[in-house]
Design a protein around this ligand. Structure first.
Ligand code: GTP
Ligand code: ZN
Length: 216
């Protein structure tokens, strides 16, 4: 009689690798990989343990959508680089996780995003530019993020975001978002048009800014 090999559990943790994060004040973290994520992409979690004083609050979580231009090269066209730094620092202070989601260009991919930048250079906003190349304004789906949170045992969280769609999608997947914590508004002259489009067309609630926002 042959033994039955159990099918691997859907979306389980594959490996936890210890690293020191210079970007988050030298704190130790774990980079976590997964088996069986619903979209098959190589999403990764960066888990930071809670310091003792913060251990009672629900963990603080950021779903960070990949932005190679902003995260790696520091492009000033968007606010992704400063948002990633802010998230790592705050989560290092409070305990939680950054899920680094491979959803470049709000799901359209890097080359397509760079094509839309050429359109944006002709005064077309970031959402319309996606549509002009035949793609959705925002194609992101957070079911993999929900599966990662579940595999990490993080079913009850505080979510660091200004994007209501992330909250709605996680809740629809059964993640208890106990509180929504706004990220700072990293406004510069170069990214002002991008942020204005997020607030006006993307439904983002940009409130965490000291002083008036130019589009209010
Ligand atoms: N298509 C497209 N994608 C962009 C552009 N600028 C940034 N992105 C992508 O947008 C994603 C970040 O999304 P945002 O809308 O800035 O912020 P968010 O993550 O939805 O919301 P927050 O949680 O509040 O930060 C990343 O995947 C970036 O690659 C752009 O001009 N066009
Ligand atoms: Zn960006």
């Amino acid at each position: 009689m042959s033994a039955t090999v159990p099918a691997p559990a859907l979306s389980a943790v594959r490996a936890r690798v210890g690293v020191t994060l210079d970007r988050a004040t030298g704190r130790r973290a774990e980079l976590v990989t997964f088996h069986g994520l619903p979209d098959g992409a190589e999403h990764i979690a960066c888990v930071l343990p809670a310091p003792r004083a913060a251990a009672l609050a629900a963990p603080l979580v950021r779903l960070h959508s990949e932005c190679l231009t902003g995260d790696v090269f520091g492009s000033a066209r968007c606010d992704c680089g400063p948002q990633l730094d802010e998230a790592l620092r705050r989560i290092a202070d409070e305990g939680g996780a950054v899920l680094y989601l491979r959803q470049e260009g709000r799901g359209i991919g890097l080359y397509n995003k760079l094509d839309t930048y050429l359109l944006q250079d002709r005064e077309i906003d970031t959402f319309e530019a996606n549509r002009r190349i035949g793609r959705g304004a925002d194609e992101r789906d957070y079911s993999a993020a929900a599966a990662m949170l579940r595999a990490l045992g993080l079913d009850r969280i505080r979510l660091l975001t200004n994007n209501p769609d992330k909250v709605a999608q996680l809740r629809a997947h059964g993640i208890e978002v106990e509180a929504v914590v706004p990220t700072r508004v990293h406004l510069t002259t170069e990214n002002a048009r991008y942020l204005e489009a997020k607030a006006r067309l993307g439904g983002h609630t940009l409130t965490g800014h000291q002083g008036d926002l130019p589009w209010n």
